[in-house]
Design a protein around this ligand. Structure first.
Ligand code: GDP
Ligand code: MG
Length: 228
């Protein structure tokens, strides 16, 4: 039977998080499959994911070497089988309990449904510096790209797999979160933001560094140039 939604989990050193997150994802109502996209994590994430695949609806894509978050998401969506894909971090910062709302919003006609820290009902445990960066990024997205979304930097969103794959050839697989680029290229008529409490990552360390923040602003510039 085709699952209703595929949850794409890019992983790099997320073994400890996966074993807590996957049972909770599998317990959600509605048929979901989980696609783990691992890049040869030295902490044994792949082994943990393969073990979990014996008990839960999990498939593991192993890419061997670290090739960046955005390209992991693209490969995961390509491998997904359901008509709707949900992309989220594997670090337990995103609240999986809102996944049914995201999927329902897409089924009801939203082209993109975003798990949002800044929409009504949302909040964040992010440190002040990350909040400030998210705020700057949101203003820049609005002023430069005319994207009026509360949380365009979110790593947690759902959309139709077909829409994503149609855009995939135009996406530049960079290290950074992919949502803003998708919003600019798709120009969706209807976006839903579902507020949730963003938690600090539960185990391990963030892989997104200051260098990637610079990459983000380069991407904004390139998207802006492509529009003019
Ligand atoms: N497969 C793969 N996953 C990655 C890579 N970089 C980050 N991730 C995963 O992408 C998600 C987001 O990264 P994270 O470190 O949480 O970024 P942050 O939320 O901005 O601090 C996490 O699940 C990471 O394990 C990568 O190069 N390859
Ligand atoms: Mg994270």
């Amino acid at each position: 039977m085709t699952p209703q939604a595929s949850v794409v989990l890019p992983t790099y050193n997320e073994a400890a998080n996966l074993s807590e997150l996957i049972p909770r994802l599998a317990a959600l109502k509605g048929g979901i499959e989980i696609v783990v996209v691992d890049d040869g994590s030295p902490d044994g994430t792949e082994q943990v994911a393969n073990h979990l695949a014996g008990h839960y609806p999990v498939r593991v894509l192993q890419r061997g070497t670290k090739r960046g978050l955005a390209s992991a998401v693209i490969d995961g969506v390509q491998a997904a089988r359901a008509p709707i894909v949900v992309v989220m971090d594997a670090d337990q910062s995103h609240d999986e309990q809102i996944i049914p709302q995201l999927v329902t919003a897409v089924e009801a006609g939203s082209q993109v449904a975003i798990g949002s820290r800044f929409a009504s009902g949302g909040s964040t445990e992010d440190a002040v510096i990350r909040r400030f960066f998210s705020w700057c990024a949101k203003q820049v997205a609005r002023l430069v790209l005319d994207v009026r979304i509360q949380d365009p930097m979110s790593g947690f969103f759902a959309m139709r797999r077909d829409d994503f794959l149609r855009l995939a050839p135009q996406l530049k697989p960079r290290g950074f979160k992919i949502l803003l680029e998708l919003l600019v290229r798709l120009k969706p008529a209807k976006v839903t933001e579902v507020g949730f409490r963003f938690k600090s990552r539960q185990k391990g360390e963030s892989k997104l560094t200051g260098k990637i923040a610079l990459e983000y602003f380069r991407m904004i510039f390139e998207l802006w140039r492509a529009r003019h």
